[in-house]
Design a protein. Structure first.
Length: 243
């Protein structure tokens, strides 16, 4: 899931749950397979595969799993009938939710997602109802314990084409246009600065603070969406306290 901030806390919380980790591994493997099938096994000329491999690295996916997913992509079976969809809707507290879907049965998926939204105080909307609130951005996250010189990092990434650098608790979050992804990745690599995440994602223009009962419903809704096999990514403009 990708909220506007609290990135590191959300990622770590997901990583601590074995069941969710298993789902993440499966979903990233499927993404790698589809990326290879569409653009080949060389990430140099296949940005989608490059991003999927970066996601696999940040989630500590075993190399054997990655290699199996690549081999599936090079074969002619499994995944050839998947289609990509985008679902949009509203979550608790009037939040905007955007979903990347990869499914082999759109009727099943639509029914499942509609049920999840309604069960947790939200509703599935029409195409375009919330997507206008989000912008596609390249986002890099650097932990301060890895590199803590904010001024030096700011100068480096701005020269490489970044739009902004935010100081978020124990991490720096770098945002840029998707086209600047390679240049920023190269600039960080040349200085030996490691990232805990490097991805192209959907970032909301503004956020909605969710508290109390609405926050509990939101977390349950996000957990249910993460557990659904057809949901590849969940984007939202929610902002919740870590607790």
């Amino acid at each position: 899931m990708s909220g506007h901030s609290k990135w590191a806390n959300i990622k770590r919380k997901k990583g601590a749950n074995d069941a969710i980790r298993g789902k993440i591994t499966t979903k990233i493997g499927r993404e790698i397979t589809i990326a290879v099938r569409m653009g080949g096994a060389d990430p140099t000329g296949n940005m989608r595969l490059k991003l999927a491999l970066s996601k696999a690295k940040s989630n500590n996916i075993p190399k054997d799993n990655i290699n199996r997913a690549i081999q599936k992509g090079l074969g002619a079976s499994d995944g050839s009938n998947y289609e990509e969809l985008t679902y949009e809707g509203y979550g608790p507290g009037g939040t905007a939710i955007l979903l990347d879907i990869l499914t082999d049965n759109r009727n099943r998926t639509a029914a499942d997602i509609r049920h999840i939204f309604s069960k947790h105080g939200g509703n599935l909307g029409e195409s375009g109802c919330v997507s206008w609130m989000f912008k596609k951005k390249a986002v890099f996250v650097v932990e301060k314990e890895t590199f803590d010189d904010e001024d030096a990092l700011m100068e480096l990434v701005l020269e490489a084409g970044a739009d902004d650098l935010k100081n978020e608790d124990d991490v720096f979050e770098i945002t840029a246009e998707p086209e600047a992804f390679d240049d920023i990745e190269a600039a960080l690599g040349e200085k030996g600065i490691e990232t805990v995440s490097a991805e192209v994602t959907m970032v909301p223009d503004n956020t909605v603070k969710v508290e109390g009962d609405a926050a509990v419903k939101m977390q349950k809704m996000l957990d249910a969406l993460d557990e659904n096999d057809d949901v590849q990514e969940v984007y939202g403009n929610y902002e919740m306290d870590e607790e």
